[in-house]
Design a protein around this ligand. Sequence first.
Ligand code: NCD
Length: 268
Amino acid sequence: MAGKVLATLFFEPSTQTRLTFETAMLRMGGHVVSVTDAKTSSSAIKGEKLIDTGRMIDGYADLAVIRHMDEDSAKVLAEGARAPVINAGNGSGQHPTQALMDIYTIQKEKGRLNNLTVTLAGDLKNGRTVHSLSLLLGKYGPRFKFVSPEELRMPEEITQLLRADGIDVVETTNLTEAVAKSDVLYMTRIQRERFTDPAEYNRLKGTYVVDNELIQKSKHGITIMHPLPRVDEIAMEVDNYEGAAYFRQAANGVPIRMAVISLVTGLD
Ligand code: NCD
């Protein structure tokens, strides 16, 4: 990547995703330019259109990574730019590179991707990580258990796609029952920033908490994952459990993003 420049445009908060993309580029000998608080500090506040941002990117960067609250953001930026654009989270839509690091983590922790029962739990409606992960992992024929409050169920278009592919999808509100038979629990936070009514958020947050008691009731050896940041849905005591994989999962972001950057710039 010597002499190449990666532009990271983050219109929504991030620690891990931006840092792992930037670390990945730096590790491969490339350079990084970034706007970290693009919503308030970039020219977007002056009315700059994303498609124009895309056109400008070609003037100085070889590829771009974008995180944005609009679902069509990465697509619009890519329409403007000739350089490759990587979607690092488009509102409640998708988070594809997270899904790649998630299945890489499952492969490393479990030694396989097929023949697994996987519980996805928390805010399945607004969480983009579970949207991307369910579709990607769906290629490996899992048995899925989707655990959420009734209001935060997985979007129907996703469950329909999975079922049409013959995937066994069980939707439930009962986390304890789900983990008793699961090889992996993928926990997510309730996505506060997607709620228009703070009272609704306050009512739903804390619906599920993974603690040592829940681990005791889970299938032996269950792997616990989380895209991070966690709020209060995984108790700190769980960090000492050997199957708690979320920090290993986060570290896997660097090699995966090195691979993605290499692929899209044609240097694989
Ligand atoms: C996730 C995201 O931004 O969608 N974080 C991440 O990229 N690791 C999950 C979240 O914010 O809850």
